[in-house]
Design a binder for this molecule. Structure first.
Ligand SMILES: [Zn+2]
Length: 293
């Protein structure tokens, strides 16, 4: 059975995993992401050279061009924006593939997160940012550049300023920072999502209100996605899916009227099964597909 080395490259940590052809995780660890590009390349190079594997996959945070091999846009990881990472690694004796992290997470959840696979899946990743991936008929819906960057669809006209330069992006209302901002507006305190959840457990009204506003915007975002794609399933993954019990019931309730009438009841909507391993898992499936195409 083949072995794949997958790097899930985030703004603060690189998760690396060794997986088999079935996308089972055999080894997994995390280390801080070097902010200097040369150091970053050396860390990957050293790991690749000492790990026996049939292919390497890079799950990249941002917009990746499969045509030029360049990471076109990664606002949370400026050091590698504009770089052609695969070329710069200069490794000749191994297959190396790259794709957007949220797209790979969708592929992972689709193949390993269902007892019975749906016809199509939209997988939403809620964390530092908001990412998405769409799988139809078992295949990742992709183009020459990364698609499904739903974090930057406009949710609020003339709303909050986003890192991308636009205003009112989905990401500014349904990421970790967005939840912190909702709580800050209601309480005057800047807390992390986990701390806000603790406050909600203690009966803090501002914490309930923050989750309510988060859920309201999330429902609008999910409804917009369903109204375009009408997928068979929608899954909510990423770090904030761990706090789903604080906002997810209200999202399901609100969605009823927000979904285009003929599409109502069409999508099974739930939290993701794979959670933080989704991109590693999807990476192995991607390697398998790339080697066979
Ligand atoms: Zn944006």
């Amino acid at each position: 059975m083949k072995k794949y080395l997958v790097f899930d490259i985030g703004a603060t940590n690189i998760k690396r995993g060794v997986l088999n052809s079935e996308a089972d995780i055999l080894e997994k660890e995390a280390s801080p992401t070097p902010q200097d590009y040369k150091v970053f390349l050396n860390v990957l190079r050293e790991d690749i050279s000492k790990t026996p594997c049939d292919a390497v996959v890079l799950a990249l945070p941002g917009v990746y061009s499969s045509k030029s091999g360049k990471l076109l846009y990664a606002p949370n990881l400026k050091g590698i924006t504009g770089r052609t990472v695969i070329n710069d690694l200069s490794i000749r004796d191994k297959h190396i593939f790259a794709e957007n992290d949220a797209n790979l997470a969708a592929l992972g959840e689709y193949h390993k997160g269902f007892a019975q696979k749906p016809q199509s899946l939209f997988h939403l990743t809620l964390g530092t940012g908001v990412g998405g991936g769409y799988i139809s008929g078992g295949k990742l819906f992709s183009g020459e550049t990364t698609l499904m960057q739903v974090g930057h669809i406009t949710l609020v006209a003339d709303g909050r300023h986003c890192n991308c330069g636009k205003r009112g992006c989905f990401e500014k209302y349904c990421s970790s920072g967005a939840l912190t901002t909702f709580y800050l507006e209601g309480s005057g305190n800047a807390l992390s999502p986990t701390e806000i959840a603790q406050k909600a457990d203690e009966g803090d009204f501002a914490a309930f209100a923050a989750f309510e506003m988060f859920g309201l915007h999330l429902a609008h975002g999910i409804a917009s996605i369903i109204n375009i794609l009408n997928p068979s399933a929608v899954r909510i993954g990423g770090g904030l899916s761990e706090l789903a019990k604080y906002y997810f019931p209200s999202v399901l309730e609100l969605l009823g009227d927000m979904i285009f009438e003929p599409y109502r009841g069409g999508a099974e909507i739930s939290t993701a099964v794979l959670k933080n391993d989704a991109a590693l898992t999807g990476g192995a499936i991607w390697a398998e597909e790339c080697l066979n195409c």
